[in-house]
Write a protein that binds this ligand. Structure first.
Ligand SMILES: Nc1ncnc2c1ncn2[C@@H]1O[C@H](COP(=O)(O)OP(=O)(O)OP(=O)(O)O)[C@@H](O)[C@H]1O
Length: 277
């Protein structure tokens, strides 16, 4: 008998033939969380057009860990990431990044949060075409009126392997190199947490692997916190932990995932008739 079993928090647990994936994402509170969602609901529209994108999501994203968010199309992955990063407002519930309560911040507070506490990596790179790689990397710090820590800047540039490309503009770089510029831009400010939305979605598998290795190393060697939305089980396997969403709820979690265990869990989520028992 397989079923989605509501737990005490109102979230669901994936239960299949005695094999239970514990959803520790929904329990307890730890001081080491870099980001936290508590009973987050997100409703778009109203009346017949209403969509409930998140239904009481509670999750913690530990400091110095790499977490992937997976789930079927429309399950709420991007919505959750946008709410965590202060790019979208929640309908109900609370979001915290470090010691900042994001929910309730006004425009000035949100701008400060995005400038000082979070870094972003998007599928489309989002580099400014008229700026060189170096100028793109330093842009968020320049806007904030901050200077990079020279030693850290050097580490970031060497880790992403861009030293001989710093004077190039995005159009003169490959997709993989452009995404590495975007990774360096996110890392150089040492944000509390980096949110990556399908960072390898536009890359071939080799460039994708380079970017993922770089992200994983920044977690392992420099204690960066990363939360990444992906559709790709191979990409998710680079993370320390995978949180699975289905229909706006966290339904499963894997620690130390492999591409196989991620794929296996996704297959179960993709067969709702079977899941519903
Ligand atoms: N701005 C919006 N207005 C109305 N509905 C929205 C909006 N953004 C997202 N939704 C809906 O909310 C639900 C969750 O969307 P979301 O983009 O978070 O899913 P996802 O898991 O990231 O999907 P995908 O994997 O396809 O990118 C979907 O049903 C989507 O249609």
């Amino acid at each position: 008998m397989m079923g989605l079993v509501p737990d005490q928090t109102g979230a669901a647990r994936f239960d299949s033939d005695g094999e239970v994936y514990n959803v520790t994402a929904t329990t307890g509170q730890s001081a080491s969380a870099a980001a936290r969602a508590s009973d987050v609901w997100k409703v778009y529209g109203s009346g017949e057009a209403q969509v409930i994108a998140l239904r009481g999501v509670s999750a913690e994203f530990e400091r110095g860990r790499f977490t992937a968010i997976m789930g079927p199309s429309g399950s709420g992955k991007s919505t959750l990431m946008h709410c965590l990063a202060g790019l979208d407002t929640v309908t109900r519930g609370t979001v915290q990044v470090g010691d900042t309560t994001v929910t309730g911040l006004g425009d000035a507070g949100l701008t400060k949060l995005r400038r000082d506490k979070v870094g972003f990596i998007f599928q489309q790179f989002n580099l400014l075409p008229t700026l060189t790689a170096k100028e793109n990397i330093l842009l968020p710090l320049s806007i904030a009126g901050r200077k990079p820590d020279p030693a850290w800047y050097d580490i970031v540039i060497d880790t992403v392997g861009l030293r001989d490309r710093l004077g190039h503009r995005p159009a003169q770089l490959s997709g993989g190199q452009q995404q590495r510029v975007a990774c360096a831009r996110a890392l150089v400010a040492r944000p509390e947490v980096i949110f990556a939305d399908e960072p390898t979605g536009n890359l071939d598998s080799r460039s994708g692997a380079e970017v993922l290795n770089f992200l994983r190393n920044s977690v392992r060697q420099h204690s960066q916190t990363i939360v990444m939305v992906t559709h790709d089980p191979t990409a998710a396997a680079y993370a320390d932990r995978v949180v699975f969403l289905a229909d706006g709820q966290i339904v499963s979690e894997l620690i130390e995932p492999t591409a196989e265990t991620v794929l296996d869990t996704m297959k179960k989520l993709d067969t709702p008739a079977e899941v519903a028992g």
